[in-house]
Design a binder for this molecule. Sequence first.
Ligand SMILES: Nc1nc2c(c(=O)[nH]1)N[C@H]1C(S)=C(S)[C@@H](COP(=O)(O)O)O[C@H]1N2
Ligand SMILES: [Mo]
Length: 370
Amino acid sequence: MKQEQGAARLPTVGDGSGLAPGDTFYREELQLAFRNRGMPLEGLQYDITPTGMHYLLTHFDIPKVDVGTWRLHLDGLVSRGLTLTLDDIRRRPAVTLAVTMECAGNGRALLSPRPVSQPWLVEAIGTSEWTGTPLRGLLEEAGLKDGVVEVLFTGLDQGVQGDELQYYQRSLTVGEAMRDEVLLAYEMNGRPLEPQHGYPLRLLVPGWYGMTSVKWLDRIEAIGEPFQGYQMTAAYRRAPTADDPGEPVSLIQVRALMVPPGIPDFLTRVRLVEAGDVLLTGRAWAGRREVARVEVSADGGRTWESARLGEPVSRYAWRSWSFPWKATPGRHSLCVRGWDSEGNVQPTEPAWNFQGMANNAVHRVDMIVR
Ligand SMILES: Nc1nc2c(c(=O)[nH]1)N[C@H]1C(S)=C(S)[C@@H](COP(=O)(O)O)O[C@H]1N2
Ligand SMILES: [Mo]
């Protein structure tokens, strides 16, 4: 859509005067937000997110790895421990799979009161083509002994969280670790992983929120007890209070997002479009489940109409949707929501929890039609 230059003043979209100096985010949240930035929503136009647009989330520092001395260690309760170079891993059977990744904290900053952590709105997403070798082949080669219940993944990055000194570690049950689609990935979009995405090797667990896909893999260990580390038992829990252990967060919940239509106001990001036919588009995904339906509401969520669905980019990646909208002059709050194949739908209002996990409330886009 072409906007005239030098036309009459646009209707007020908000000049920032509503942003009282007291309603600020903490400096620490800003610090996290610069390191861990999201995918600009116009990135929803691509089947495969350009690598530099993919969201990022790193708890500690991005390790600088010398691939010449780097080794992957596979040990614990196995018959044969393995120590592998990157070339050893690259020589193994390779699979390329498009996967939509999403951070479990996506939507956190839309909660009220706001859980203080990485302040995601809705941009903690991206879809990449990951190339790697199936984890199962390596586990079979090492030979899991009787009594193995979980596989533990340790990254090279160390830091302090919740007063606990730790390497970043997450585990999977043997059943989850042996699934076909779980990869040890060394390429993203046909190129070696960039440092911030886990170079030289990361775990990739399609369908799960991103925290499970451990970057900068150092060690894979077969263990006989469920792993009780910080990132399993303290973080990534859906709980009402700090003390309540709550439930672990695991699979990605259904979500649809809209490509912001028209053009933005710089400060508020409110959208401006011209009256008439507007084709609304976006993407929807549901992790391991399928997206069954996407619906759009032009009246702030009172009534909903079905959008047209495109083909999924892969079994584990998002699909496009489109909806022809007759834009009438005035202010509008457009909403979009997805349904998954098990009948789950995105809630209209967010469900609050202490860590701000898995808030998949409907996406709202404020616009002015002129
Ligand atoms: N070693 C390590 N792996 C990690 C993390 C981390 O901090 N350290 N963050 C996790 C989280 S919370 C997410 S959402 C994804 C983000 O992956 P990306 O930065 O490649 O998008 O990586 C996961 N893997
Ligand atoms: Mo995350």
